[in-house]
Design a protein around this ligand. Structure first.
Ligand SMILES: Cc1cc2nc3c(=O)[nH]c(=O)nc-3n(C[C@H](O)[C@H](O)[C@H](O)COP(=O)(O)OP(=O)(O)OC[C@H]3O[C@@H](n4cnc5c(N)ncnc54)[C@H](O)[C@@H]3O)c2cc1C
Length: 426
């Protein structure tokens, strides 16, 4: 029986967040209680600041509890594009940053003893077309030469050692990426922020901000408070409460199904070494096994941010996609389906920095588990006036071409259709 419910949240014990009245003022207010906001809250509270996390729903409600749990190296943009756009030195700093981001997740998981099945499983990209496979050898060579990062090209004949599917034309594999239970991780992070002294205010949507003196007044559904420092950590759920960020962030829906637990032999046949796997399509599929051996299969089944209707339609689209990849799962029921909203930007890069005294970090596309945790921490350290190595903060944050965007992504269905065409043309 299909449940329209986030499977990860069935594996966690909800944390008890006490309802506190809003204080009249705090040192730091953080808007959004996902990885970005909670990682920042933990760091700021550890430094002794009086911190309020203002979350419109509940802690971890957004993408942070809903994602695939793939903690990936690199960025959304491939090595070649990075080198062309940013040159060698900046590309090296960006790639190194992506590795440091995974280390940050691991360090926090260890320090805070978060029980979330963090494991360096490695990841595998599989080639949807022969031409995609042809690019892998060059990508592996460039990664090793410029970033000292080792990856291995797998021919079509070598793939069965890593994936029980004959759909793909080869693969590119590396061993640094990790898998995690994102629901357990985000709630562990919320506990850690709480233990450090941050106060999480749930059901406290920030409706508007007013700049005054050297801080802001934040008007929320539960009243107003003043904060000397403010961090917007709203990613794909950004609204016109922060119009400058809203005009720069593109919310995109992504959906996931999870099957019933697979028999051990079948699980070992479909993904023998527990890799995090995604394919090379524009309209990509990503998949992995959960710690209890469910096939978790995700994709951009519908392009708009999630809604009840889109979740139901996506369940069937993704089930068909899963059977195309793994026909041997035909008899396995799909038990869960849910969606969430990612944040893309107009240059496909994450962004972090400060605008008019408002700190922000967002736009991680599908690489947010590691980047959000790391950038949350680094932006917090910047707020503390500590020196930080953050190449992301040096990137200009572009808006839409010709300014033709106010926060409603009217162009997504067209972009989605175009991507589908690109995936299917020979
Ligand atoms: C289906 C799916 C699969 C994904 N898979 C992966 C993956 O495998 N690997 C990976 O690296 N990344 C993945 N991602 C991306 C990753 O989950 C996100 O990049 C990351 O969780 C972003 O964290 P965040 O804290 O910035 O945002 P979120 O977790 O989305 O949190 C933002 C929060 O801000 C709150 N908020 C918004 N506006 C306001 C307001 N005005 N007032 C108060 N609160 C507000 C929201 O309620 C929300 O809780 C996936 C995302 C989705 C949706």
């Amino acid at each position: 029986m299909l449940r329209e419910e986030n499977y990860w949240l069935t594996t966690v014990r909800p944390i008890a967040v006490e309802e506190h009245p809003l204080p009249p003022s705090v040192d730091a207010a953080i808007i959004g209680g996902g990885y970005t906001g909670l990682s920042a809250a933990r760091r700021l509270a550890q430094a002794g600041l009086n911190v309020a996390v203002l979350e419109a729903n509940t802690a971890g409600w957004g993408a942070s509890s809903r994602n695939g749990g793939m903690v990936l190296t690199g960025l959304k943009l491939g090595v070649e594009t990075l080198l062309k756009r940013y040159g060698l030195e900046m590309s090296q700093r960006l790639f190194t940053f992506s590795l440091a981001a995974i280390d940050t997740v691991e360090e926090i998981v260890m320090q805070e003893k978060i029980d979330c099945s963090f494991s360096r499983t490695g990841c595998l990209e599989v080639a949807w077309k022969p031409s995609h496979f042809d690019g892998y050898a060059r990508a592996a060579e460039q990664q090793e030469k410029f970033f000292s990062h080792k990856s291995r090209v797998l021919t079509r004949q070598e793939l069965p050692a890593e994936i029980g599917s004959d759909l793909y034309h080869g693969g590119l594999m590396e061993e640094i990426s990790a898998g995690i239970n994102p629901g357990q991780y985000v709630l562990g992070l919320a506990q850690a922020a709480h233990h450090a002294g941050a106060v999480i205010h749930e059901n406290t949507r920030v409706m508007s901000l007013e700049r005054n003196g050297n801080g802001y007044t934040l008007n929320t559904k539960r009243g107003s408070l003043r904060a000397t420092k403010v961090f917007a950590a709203t990613n794909g759920y950004t609204t016109d409460a922060t119009p400058w960020l809203n005009r720069r962030s593109i919310p995109v829906g992504s959906y996931i199904i999870a099957t019933a637990p697979l028999p051990e032999g079948l699980a070992r046949q479909v993904i023998p070494n527990n890799r995090m796997i995604f394919d090379s399509k524009h309209y990509l599929y990503y998949f992995r096994l959960t710690p209890d051996r469910r096939m978790l299969f995700g994709g951009r089944a519908a392009f708009f941010p999630e809604s009840g209707n889109a979740v139901r339609q996506s369940a069937e689209i993704l089930r068909q996609g899963m059977l195309q990849v793994f026909p041997q799962l035909a008899g396995i029921p799909v038990e869960y389906c849910w969606g969430g909203t990612l944040c893309f930007t107009f240059d496909m890069m994450p962004h972090a920095g400060e605008k008019d005294g408002l700190h922000y970090a967002m736009g991680y596309a599908g690489h947010g588990v590691a980047f959000s945790t790391h950038l949350g921490r680094l932006v917090a350290e910047k707020m503390l006036d500590l020196p930080v190595e953050n190449p992301i903060a040096e990137l200009p944050f572009p808006g839409a071409p010709l300014g033709l965007y106010s926060g409603f992504p009217w162009f997504l269905p067209f972009a989605g259709a175009w991507h589908k065409i690109l995936d299917w043309v020979a």
